[in-house]
Design a protein around this ligand. Structure first.
Ligand code: FES
Length: 105
């Protein structure tokens, strides 16, 4: 099991315990855990409603693709710690990750 800490838009925090072989994107995991993520594009890096800020563990993640970077560039509230949750695969390298949900809902 790995632990990912999620901070919702209202500031509430929860530690999610996840099997590392769950084979989901972080966006799919957030939706499965009943967070309010629109994911209008279905995970294609096109809608940015799965925008998250990575508070801890950014360097544990694989680098963002050009497509993800281009989409993040269009967001006024994106910063250097921003990622699209649909572009992150959940695996054991994510253990200890802390994120905050920012995408519009
Ligand atoms: S779900 Fe649309 S960009 Fe991630």
């Amino acid at each position: 099991m790995i632990t990912i800490t999620i901070e919702d838009r209202d500031g509430s925090r929860q530690d999610l315990e996840v099997p590392e072989d769950i084979n989901l994107s972080l966006m799919e995991l957030l939706k499965a855990a009943e967070y309010d993520i629109l994911a209008t594009c279905g995970g294609m890096a096109l809608c940015a409603t799965c925008h998250v800020q990575v508070n801890e563990g950014l360097n544990q993640l694989e680098e963002a693709s050009d497509m993800e970077m281009d989409m993040l560039d269009t967001l006024p509230d994106a910063g250097p710690d921003s990622r699209l949750a649909c572009q992150i695969r959940v695996n054991n390298s994510l253990d200890g990750l802390k994120i905050r949900i920012l995408g519009v809902n």
